[in-house]
Ligand binder design. Structure first.
Ligand SMILES: [Zn+2]
Length: 67
């Protein structure tokens, strides 16, 4: 038996989001749902997850200087 190769889920790489950005919502590029919420950040990008189709996507922000 070969050990299963496990990929790190993206969630583990995500950092906490500054409160100013925690309530941000974005339009899902896949299904155009407008209520995709923030699940974390990668560097200066906010990472969103669509509740409807579960697609993850990110957006650049102006958080330089905050984090
Ligand atoms: Zn979606």
């Amino acid at each position: 038996m070969h050990p299963m190769r496990k990929y790190k889920p993206v969630e583990l790489l995500l950092k906490d989001v500054p409160t100013e950005f925690a309530e941000e919502q974005a339009v899902c590029p896949n299904c155009l749902d407008r209520e995709a919420g923030v699940i974390g950040r990668l560097g200066l990008r906010l990472v969103f997850k669509c509740q409807r189709c579960r697609v993850r996507f990110h957006r650049p922000t102006q958080m330089a200087g905050i984090v």
